[in-house]
Each structure stands twice: as structure tokens, then as C-alpha cells.
Write a protein that binds this ligand. Structure first.
Ligand code: AMP
Ligand code: ZN
Length: 475
């Protein structure tokens, strides 16, 4: 018998055996989606890939998954602490488009990249701007329970009302208050956060709505509380995001739910933390520093394809690290992942596609690894053991296909593609081939350098030559 699924729950800081809240029912999964004022970088996609693997592992275990992902298209300010400008409005200023156009464009770009990475679609993809009424109702409940107060620039959550505020992040609230150096303004405590912000004077804001408190827009955290509650209920199975969400965004989502349910003594305290499991993906680093959109230059999926990498090689790279450890991105690591992926694809396709059942012992060992808090690095190692092992070839293929339901590398669907060589590149290669045959070595070297500059590598053969795209190793 393989080991049952256990997952590391940030709330309890330990591995816990997973069982759905509704036996036999679907698993409710909420994952915080992108803020669509710019492209997502490959760091963001590391988190979305971890969530995709989680979903595939839940399915492997026989669960149906009701997966809700939001699109943050309003309210996320340039500072997580309720200051600065709305990222959407800033994006609009930067691009000369409306905030609505910016949101639509980057939402489409996000969805297209998710497809390139072979990420399964969520059951519900919901936009914050489509759920303003739900957010207003949520805030009204919080206010009715006495957990909110108004200032001249918005409505704030009163974190002093909760004796366990910040438990998810093990925040030292007293210490934070004592050591506080920044001016609070009208906020009562440093940890208090905006539920609703009033539009600034001057009518410059593009995204704004009427509310019982005044014209304005929702704070960032309320959208996730409101949409999670709408689609998954007050208390559901799993909530995910990146590790940066632990101290602020998820902490505040939980506080909001506690505030809204404060007048429901029949609901156990333990069931007011929104989700039974809180899972967090660790960051992708670039040169050992956090990769962030605000850091200026950042890598997109398109940046990888432009250099000749298959987006699935990035998926493979993410599988080589456990989701609870940070991963430092380097081009060498991506090279190795692309090579691994190519070998696995070719190895898979060299095996005959004949009716066979996966090897039971290997499938059990695989389940042991993925059910141990998604140990994909070890699961991947097992795939290599199968590929290089001595099971009957059709069984090897069937076993790998079964594993790939979790990897999502699309092994069976892959077909070797002929590389298209642009005509001008072909012309240089022909000229170099002729120079080489004529023993004009200097000219041949010059043309090779020209090919390099155009991004191609030429290999000489007895009967001619072959061309492949160069993989640049360094930025
Ligand atoms: P955002 O678009 O900023 O709302 O972020 C979308 C998701 O990406 C969130 O779950 C973040 O926690 C996550 N994220 C942001 N930066 C990184 C990073 N460098 N590595 C992994 N995940 C990240
Ligand atoms: Zn969220």
C-alpha cells in the first residue's frame, strides 16, 4: 500500500494527513492569481506550477478538484501596506491605455503562458472587478460585527479585535507595535489594513465604484476572501499562494473571515481560518535575489522561448526542486533541464506504444514520493529509473505515461519537430560549407561567427552539415 497523501500546512507548521472536508466530495482549492498590470515573470509561474502539480497529485489520489483562481485587476497597491498607487492605474499611466485595457491584455497573456506551460485550467477564473458587490457585502458584515473603522481615506480592518491576529505568520504583533517607526496616520495599529479605499480627489481614478462608505475601490485582500467564500464556502480544503503571502495577504484574508463570522458562535473558532490547509510555494530567485516585477528587468516565458528554450523545460526545471525550498534560476540550470526533457521525450518515444499496464511496484513507489508533500524531485528520479531500467519496453512506456499525469510534461503528445531554418541563415551556412570544401579556412571561420551572431550553431558532417539553434548561456 502506498503512503496516504500528507501536505505541509503553514497554519500548523507541520505535515498533516490530507482528507477532504466533505468525504467523497470535491476538494475545494483556492489559489491566488496574478496581478494583471504587467506580464507574469517566471517566478510567478513557479508558484502556479507548484499549484498545478498539487492539483494533479490530488487527482492522482482520486479526488475531484474544484479549483478557483482569481485575477487581481484592482486594488493591489504598489506597497503591500496600503500605501502607494494602485498597480493597475500605474500600469495604465505607463502604457497610455486604460486600466481596463491593461487588465484585459495581461490577463490574456497570462492565460496563454499557462497553456504554454501545460497548466490545467482552473474550474473558475474570477476577476476582482466582477465581484465588487460581494466584496462590499463582505465588508458590511465585518463592519456590522464592529471589526472596521473609517478614516478620511478609507475603511480599515481593526486587527486589535482579534487576539490571534497574525497566527498564520506567527507575527509578533506586540513587538511590531512597540518597535514601530513609521507614522500611522489615522490607522490605529500598524497591522490594520484597508478594506475599502476612497478615490483620491480630482477624479483621476479610472476604476471606482459607489459603496455605503463612499466612492472608491476595494483593498487587495478582500477580493480573495469574498470570491473564495462565494465559490467555495466559509471553510474549504486548501488555500495556496507564494511564500510572500504568508505575513500580509493571507494573514489578512483570515482576519477578514474571522471578522465576518464573529457573530456566528456556532461556527468553531478553528473553522474561521478560511481553509483547512494553507500551502505556500517558495520563491524563485535570480542571482540569489528575489525575482520581482518591480525590480525592472524580469524574465518571462517569452524570454525563454526567444532564447530557444521550450517553456516545458522550465516546467521540468521546477519539478527538480521541492516547492518548499527556494530555487535559484540560472541559464545553466535551464540548459540542464532542457537536456533532461529532450532525453526523456526521446527515451519515451523510442519505447513501443503497445497495450501495457504500468508497473504496479513503480506506481506504488511513485505514489509514496508524490504523497510525501509532493516530493517531485524524487518522483522525477524514479522516472529515470524506469526509463533506464529493464522492465519490458511497453510497460516502461505505460508507467512513464502514468507518472506524466502528475509531471504534466506532455510526453505522449510530443512529436519531434523539424527545426525551421530561415533562408538567410541557410545561405550563410551554404557559403560556409563551400568555403570549408575549398579550404578557405579564414572565410569559413568568419561565416561561422556570423552564424553564431544570428543565433545558430553549425556542425560539419561528411555529407554536408547540420544546423541547430544556439543556447546562450548567459544574459
Ligand atoms: P502577483 O502577480 O504579484 O499577485 O503574484 C502572483 C503569484 O506569484 C503569487 O502567488 C506570488 O506569491 C507569487 N510570486 C511572486 N514572486 C514570486 C517569485 N519570485 N517566486 C515564486 N512565486 C512568486
Ligand atoms: Zn489572494
Amino acid at each position: 500500500m502506498p503512503r496516504p497523501l500528507s501536505l505541509y500546512d503553514t497554519w500548523e507548521r507541520r505535515l498533516r494527513p490530507f482528507a477532504p472536508l466533505v468525504p467523497g466530495g470535491p476538494v475545494g482549492l483556492y489559489t491566488c492569481g496574478p496581478t494583471v498590470y504587467d506580464y507574469q515573470h517566471i517566478g510567478n509561474f513557479r508558484t502556479f506550477l507548484f499549484e498545478d502539480v498539487l492539483k494533479r497529485v490530488l487527482r492522482w489520489n482520486g479526488y475531484r478538484v474544484n479549483h478557483v483562481m482569481n485575477i487581481t485587476d484592482v486594488g493591489h497597491l504598489t506597497s503591500d501596506a496600503d500605501e502607494g498607487e494602485d498597480k493597475m492605474e500605474k500600469g495604465a499611466r505607463r502604457t497610455g491605455k486604460t486600466a481596463w485595457e491593461v487588465a484585459a491584455y495581461f490577463t490574456d497573456a497570462f492565460v496563454a503562458d499557462m497553456k504554454r506551460l501545460n497548466v490545467l485550467d482552473p474550474s473558475v477564473l474570477c476577476k476582482a472587478t466582477d465581484h465588487i458587490a460581494e466584496q462590499i457585502a463582505f465588508i458590511a458584515d465585518i463592519e456590522r460585527n464592529g471589526y472596521a473603522y473609517a478614516t478620511s481615506d478609507g475603511v480599515y480592518f481593526d486587527t486589535s479585535k482579534l487576539d490571534d491576529y497574525g497566527y498564520l505568520a506567527r507575527l509578533d504583533v506586540e513587538g511590531l507595535e512597540a518597535g514601530r517607526r513609521v507614522e500611522l496616520g489615522e490607522k490605529r495599529r500598524a497591522t490594520d489594513f484597508a478594506l475599502w479605499k476612497f478615490s483620491p480627489p480630482g477624479g483621476t481614478r479610472q476604476m471606482e465604484w459607489d459603496s455605503p462608505w463612499g466612492r472608491g475601490f476595494p483593498g487587495w485582500h478582500i477580493e480573495c476572501s469574498a470570491m473564495a467564500q462565494k465559490y467555495l464556502g466559509d471553510y474549504f480544503d486548501i488555500h495556496c499562494g507564494g511564500e510572500d503571502h504568508i505575513p500580509v495577504h493571507h494573514t489578512n484574508e483570515i482576519a477578514q473571515t474571522e471578522g465576518r463570522l464573529a457573530d456566528h458562535p456556532e461556527i468553531a473558532r478553528d473553522h474561521r481560518r478560511l481553509a483547512n490547509f494553507w500551502l505556500h510555494g517558495y520563491f524563485l530567485l535570480a542571482n540569489d535575489a528575489k525575482m520581482a516585477k518591480s525590480a525592472g528587468e524580469f524574465l518571462r516565458i517569452a524570454s525563454l522561448s526567444d532564447r530557444g528554450y521550450d517553456p516545458i523545460a522550465y516546467r521540468y526545471l521546477c519539478l527538480t526542486a521541492h516547492y518548499r525550498s527556494q530555487l535559484n534560476f540560472t541559464w545553466d540550470a535551464l540548459d540542464a533541464a532542457q537536456t533532461g526533457l529532450e532525453r526523456m521525450r526521446q527515451g519515451f518515444h523510442a519505447l513501443p506504444d503497445e497495450a501495457a499496464t504500468p508497473d504496479a511496484a513503480f506506481v506504488d513507489r511513485f505514489a509514496d514520493e508524490i504523497n510525501d508533500d509532493l516530493n517531485l524531485p524524487r518522483a522525477l528520479a524514479l522516472a529515470w529509473e524506469v526509463l533506464r531500467g529493464d522492465l519490458a519496453p511497453p510497460v516502461r512506456r505505460a508507467t512513464l505515461a502514468r507518472f506524466d499525469e502528475v509531471f504534466g510534461l506532455g510526453l505522449a503528445a510530443w512529436t519531434p519537430k523539424a527545426v525551421e531554418v530561415p533562408p538567410d541563415v541557410k545561405a550563410i551556412a551554404d557559403a560556409r560549407n563551400a568555403a570549408r570544401k575549398a579550404k578557405q579556412w579564414a572565410e569559413a571561420d568568419r561565416l561561422r561567427a556570423e552564424l553564431h551572431a544570428a543565433g545558430w550553431e553549425m556542425e560539419d558532417r561528411a555529407d554536408g552539415y547540420s544546423l541547430k539553434r544556439r543556447q546562450e548561456k548567459h544574459a
